[in-house]
Design a protein around this ligand. Structure first.
Ligand code: XMP
Length: 479
């Protein structure tokens, strides 16, 4: 300790100074940005890898709007892989490897299988994967569970199929002409090679900004830890089609993290790797030099974090973003501001300060797509959220890893997060609209047309407690 104390600020300490704008309409503003060295987002939003925030439903909602969700790692490898697969299958307009079943199965089995895989229909094949029929939700709606699939399916002689991959427009035309909802792709031996569905075509049209991989599937990220068994997890996730891995530990500026980054990059050179969390320029540099393709910045700013209280460490988030992004920019790598963003104003400030994208937990935790049920308390709807280092989450992890919880496990936990309720917010899409709408406005106030220009133009002004008070509704009764 050299006796000097640096000053650091966070979102509420500052405002962006308005600049002359050339923008006549918010529609002229684009929000595309880099998530990593090689992955571009259409909007700068990433949903947090927390077990009350991102599983497949949230990841699908984010990717449809142009952002990305990171599937959390607090579940078995098989479950995490399943969540990634659900995203990858959700709406490529051609499903490369559709779910199939043989016709000797019962309707009850098929019903359960469809529910488990979240699909509205199945291709029925023989043991050589040759198409024999289609089973749709309509076929089994009122059918007894004991019936056989062969008794209710639409038989091959009535099925329209194609023998090669066709364009979006061609598929649309065939589905319309024949008034059908499913169009299997088969080879000349009638073996199944893919499936086009009307539902996927409609989704494709409805989400022009959707973030897609080169096969037209939604993109998704998945988190891994630093333990030896996490390499197997990473391997399975990559095999399942994960587009980006996130090495996620609370104190990412560590020897262990650096070692794991190097090994992950060696094993999966084609997959971009996000690493974190750090809060300093040196931490950012060390992770980038080790091979990180993006760095996640934030120690203790999260809505459910108590690291700063428990460990007395952290850096107020705006200063952390400024310090880390300067170093990252020098090395040509983007940073992701993670935690503490409460509204679109904070989102704008985080990006203006140098972040290329922003990870949010709290803002999405109250939406329909977040895991967990909605609860009613005193007439208001809530969802539960929790820090991944909270008492419950830590104990859950111990139970999963050891198969049991011992008495000592309770007293061994030193939580660095809390469990809490967040107000119910409806659809993630609506929250995203509000966030991106506010961000567009913020970019325009900075006299810019996109995030890069805003970063160049941004001028922060420090405000006082009186300034904070003036910035909120005041001297009125809110209705
Ligand atoms: P927000 O503010 O968006 O922050 O809810 C989400 C981020 O918080 C981090 N996180 C934690 N930090 N203890 C912490 O100190 C925890 O238990 C914890 N759980 C999540 C994480 O970076 C997340 O993206």
């Amino acid at each position: 300790m050299n006796g000097k104390i640096k000053v650091a600020l966070t979102f509420d300490d500052v405002l962006l100074v308005p600049k002359k704008t050339e923008v006549a309409s918010r529609r002229e503003i684009t929000l595309s940005t880099n998530l990593t060295r090689n992955i571009k987002l259409n909007i700068p939003l990433v949903s947090a890898n927390m077990d009350t925030v991102t599983e497949s439903e949230m990841a699908i909602a984010l990717a449809r709007e142009g952002g990305i969700g990171i599937i959390h790692r607090f579940m078995s490898v098989e479950d995490q892989v399943l969540e990634v697969r659900k995203v990858k299958r959700s709406e490529s307009f051609i499903v490369e490897d559709p779910y199939t079943l043989t016709k000797d199965k019962t309707v009850g089995f098929a019903r359960e299988f469809m529910k488990q895989k979240s699909v509205g229909g199945l291709l029925i094949v023989d043991v050589n994967n040759k198409l024999e029929g289609i089973l749709s939700r309509r076929d089994i709606l009122f059918a007894d569970d004991e019936l056989l699939v062969s008794q209710v399916m639409t038989k091959n002689s009535h099925i329209i199929s194609v023998q090669k991959k066709i364009s979006f427009e061609e598929a649309r035309k065939i589905l319309h002409e024949h008034r059908i909802e499913k169009l299997p792709i088969v080879n000349k031996n009638n073996e199944v090679k893919g499936l086009i569905t009307s539902k996927d075509l409609r989704k494709f049209e409805k989400h022009p900004l959707a973030l897609k991989d080169d096969k037209g599937r939604l993109m998704v990220g998945a988190a891994v830890g630093v333990k030896t068994e996490d390499f197997e997890r990473a391997n399975e996730l990559v095999k399942a089609g994960t587009d980006v891995l996130v090495l996620d530990i609370a104190h990412g500026h560590s020897k262990q993290a650096i070692k794991v980054i190097k090994e992950l990059k060696k094993k999966f050179p084609k997959i971009d790797l996000i690493a974190g969390n750090v809060a300093t320029a040196q931490g950012t540099k060390d992770l980038i030099v080790a091979g990180a393709d993006a760095v996640k910045v934030g120690v203790g700013p999260g809505s459910i974090c108590i690291t700063r209280i428990v460990a007395g460490t952290g850096v107020p988030q705006l200063s952390a973003i400024i310090n880390c992004s300067k170093e990252a920019k020098r090395l040509g790598v983007p940073i992701i501001a993670d935690g503490g963003v409460k509204n679109s104003g904070d989102l704008t400030k985080a990006l203006a300060a140098g972040a290329s994208s922003v990870m949010c937990g709290n803002l999405f935790a109250g939406t329909d797509e977040a895991p967990g049920i909605t609860q009613l308390r005193n007439g208001t709807k809530y969802k539960v959220t929790r820090g991944m280092a909270s008492f419950g989450a830590t104990l859950g992890r111990t139970a999963r890893e050891n198969g049991t919880i011992k008495d000592d496990d309770f007293s061994d936990v030193v939580p660095e997060g809390v469990e809490a309720m967040v107000p119910y917010k409806g659809k993630a899409q609506d929250v995203i609209k509000q966030l991106t709408g506010g961000l567009r406005s913020g970019i325009s106030y900075c006299g810019a047309r996109n995030i890069k220009e805003m970063q160049k133009n941004a001028e922060f002004i420090r405000i006082t407690a009186a300034g904070v008070r003036e910035s909120k509704p005041h001297d009125v009764e809110l209705v």
